[in-house]
Design a protein around this ligand. Structure first.
Ligand SMILES: NC(=O)c1ccc[n+]([C@@H]2O[C@H](COP(=O)([O-])OP(=O)(O)OC[C@H]3O[C@@H](n4cnc5c(N)ncnc54)[C@H](OP(=O)(O)O)[C@@H]3O)[C@@H](O)[C@H]2O)c1
Length: 261
């Protein structure tokens, strides 16, 4: 059978053989991706996040939407939480909801308004997190335009606020948390991006917002970056609803990475 195939191949012109080879490689690549998906989705057992990364998670913008959903998911996985947002009442409310559902975990709340005096806020945050082994950082806080607008229509206060919250805030939080992850040689940083920066390149109606999200390197969806063994950043797509998809996200977070620093 094999020898018949070889004889048959020998009779083919070179370009047919080349095209067949390229086709075979392409098929093989997609087949491996498919097998990997099957493994992740149905077969693998999740990592223990506390053991793999650390016992605390810090989530910015954790009183609503995606950030709140992440907080609940991480609490269910046994991580202690540091909830960061600007509204104290909402932080206390979310904290007590989480503690009611997960009585064994600790929750700290830190008030930071990233659109106000962010440097002072970060100093407060640094005091609040001193000595805690933060294994997971969810850079979730993010703001955008009140409505779709062309570049020249965006009010100065609006775009400056977007740059401040989405870029300066996220950078400073990461700077505050990363050194201890590096020291412990483990940790996971999840940046929440936006489809505005990938679905429509340099989205004309949200261009400044899209630029701040492109900087985070991941989009609409969720991207996550871990210092992997290869040192490569990784990205994932995460679609709403928040609860289901933050839960699904950890399937990926748990599986594909051995964090080495
Ligand atoms: N929702 C979407 O469809 C969508 C799509 C693409 C990307 N995203 C991205 O996903 C992330 C979360 O979006 P979301 O829709 O879930 O947000 P959201 O429901 O509007 O929640 C925003 C959270 O951020 C906090 N926050 C807002 N401004 C803040 C500030 N200046 N300082 C400190 N905290 C602040 C809020 O806290 P307070 O309650 O204390 O104000 C709240 O906890 C953002 O980065 C967003 O760009 C969302």
């Amino acid at each position: 059978m094999l020898s018949t195939m070889v004889i048959h191949l020998k009779t083919q012109p070179l370009f047919v053989l080349l095209l067949s080879f390229i086709g075979f490689i392409t098929f093989l690549r997609n087949f491996i991706i498919f097998l990997k998906w099957i493994f992740i989705t149905f077969l693998r057992t999740p990592k223990n996040l506390v053991q793999s990364y650390g016992s605390w998670a810090l989530i910015t913008g954790s009183t609503d939407g995606i950030g709140k959903a992440f907080a609940f998911q991480l609490a269910q996985k046994g991580l202690n939480l540091i909830l960061v947002a600007r509204n104290l009442n909402k932080l206390q409310q979310v904290s007590s909801e989480i503690k009611t559902q997960n009585p064994n975990i600790k929750v700290k709340i830190i008030v930071v308004d990233f659109s106000f005096d962010v440097t002072k806020g970060i100093q407060e945050m640094k005091k609040g997190i001193e000595g805690l082994d933060i294994g997971v950082l969810i850079n979730n806080v993010g703001v955008t335009y009140p409505r779709a607008m062309f570049f020249h229509e965006v009010d100065e206060n609006i775009w400056k606020n977007i740059v401040k919250v989405n870029l300066e805030g996220t950078t400073l939080v990461t700077m505050a948390v990363l050194p201890s992850m590096i020291g412990r040689k483990k940790g996971a940083i999840v940046n929440i991006g936006s489809g505005a920066s990938i679905v429509v390149p340099s989205h004309p109606l949200f261009s400044i917002y899209a630029a701040t999200k492109a900087n985070r390197n991941w989009s609409f969806f969720v991207g996550k970056f871990l210092q992997t063994k290869s040192g490569e950043p990784e990205k994932y797509m995460l679609l709403p609803s928040y609860e289901i998809h933050t839960r699904e996200f950890f399937r990926f977070l748990c599986l594909w990475y051995n964090s080495s620093g």
